[in-house]
Design a protein around this ligand. Structure first.
Ligand code: FAD
Length: 337
């Protein structure tokens, strides 16, 4: 459990949360960014890293993954800090007007302002309908995301799924784990053809076991997971000894705990004042896809604009008596923190 202190805590490391670090940095405000996903980039990294985006000013075309990399480069001079793979669960307003946020893993973040850049909400794993699956969550053998591949070194794994993430992790973990079995309910994969080909080659080379037309139907163990039952579409069951079961059936966004923070919510989004994208709770701002106001467009471009005005609002909230004079970045280059 760690404890962090910063000026603005940005919830969500999507493109808008990342750019907010830049805008806050220009005002010499430090940021800590938290994301429930193990990587930065929000929807761009999770849903469409290889898709070109055509409506970012100055870029006739940019791949989503490259835009995320560029944003990380752009904010590096401001030395943001990150907590990844943890969801912000609750906030508390302290007597001096500052905030204390707590994540799912117990990380505490003390900050003077909060910028919620939570996009469509926190991405939650789609769980297969397997009885007692929940009893092996929390480090006891069932993992819905690969946060650190080293965690699986020399372990026996069963991965389930037919999309890119099941294929990509099967390929990667084939060299890390002791045994990898990929279970897929069909015979063809939804993921990239090239990755499916690689998995088939690994199977033929004896490095991965591929079980098609099957599902993991039961999980067993006494406290920790010890084996799973794989049942073929023909009804034939097989028991396999495992250290970990990794169902990778994609992620679905949920507004999550933010919906219970006393913020004004409309249509699953946080209502804001377009003056500075503040919410009804002083010191808490909401930018990007998570907010709503008349005329809202869920576009990266609009989120960037909101980030700039939010930073001004956060500055005024933190330093009510200081006057800020707008300077262009070209006057002295990009200042650093
Ligand atoms: P997101 O990218 O959704 O990131 C939010 C992050 O917040 C997530 O990573 C989530 O895990 C995290 N989070 C949420 N709640 C919590 C919590 N409690 N604790 C910790 N973390 C949390 N837009 C364009 O402008 N141009 C395009 O061409 C374009 N193409 C698109 C194509 C597709 C297929 C899709 C799905 C969207 C597209 N969009 C496009 C929309 C664009 O992706 C979104 O507008 C943009 O991602 C919004 O950015 P964001 O930073 O607000 O949120």
């Amino acid at each position: 459990m760690s404890s962090i202190s910063t000026d603005i805590c940005i919830i969500g490391a999507g493109p808008v949360g990342l750019f907010a670090v830049f805008e806050a940095g220009l005002l010499k405000l430090r940021c800590h960014v938290v994301d429930a996903l193990p990587q930065v980039g929000g929807q761009l990294s999770e849903i469409y890293p290889k898709k070109p985006i055509y409506d970012i000013p100055g870029f006739p075309s940019v791949l989503a993954g490259d835009l995320v990399q560029n944003l990380m480069e752009q904010i590096a001079p401001f030395h943001p800090t990150f907590t990844l793979g943890e969801r912000v669960e609750k906030f508390e307003k302290l007597d001096d007007g500052s905030f204390q946020l707590t994540t799912t893993d117990g990380t505490e973040i003390h900050c003077k302002a909060i910028a919620i850049a939570g996009g469509l909400g926190s991405f939650e794993p789609r769980k297969p309908a397997v009885e007692s699956l929940e009893s092996f969550e929390g480090g006891k053998g069932v993992y819905y995301m690969v946060r650190d591949p080293e965690h699986f070194r020399d372990k026996r794994l069963v991965i389930a799924g037919g999309g890119d993430s099941a294929l990509d992790w099967t390929i990667f973990l084939a060299d890390v784990a002791k045994e990898v079995t990929l279970v897929h309910r069909g015979t063809t994969f939804r993921g990239a053809a090239d990755s499916a080909e690689k998995v088939k080659n690994l199977h033929e080379a004896g490095k991965v076991r591929l079980v098609l037309s099957s599902n993991v139907t039961h999980v067993h163990g006494n406290g920790t997971l010890s084996h799973v039952t794989i049942t073929g579409n023909n009804g034939e069951p097989e028991q396999v000894s495992v250290d970990a079961f990794v169902p990778l059936f994609g992620l679905t966004p949920k507004l999550g705990p933010i919906g219970e923070w006393g913020l004004e919510i409309e249509d699953n989004a946080v209502k804001v004042d377009t003056l500075d994208y503040s919410t009804n709770v002083p010191g808490i701002f909401a930018i990007g896809d998570i907010n709503t106001y008349p005329g809202k467009l869920k576009l990266i471009l609009c989120g960037f604009h909101e980030a700039a005005l939010m930073a001004q609002g956060a500055y005024k909230h933190i330093y009510p008596d200081k006057k800020y004079v707008l300077k262009y970045t070209t006057v002295n280059g990009v200042p650093t923190l």
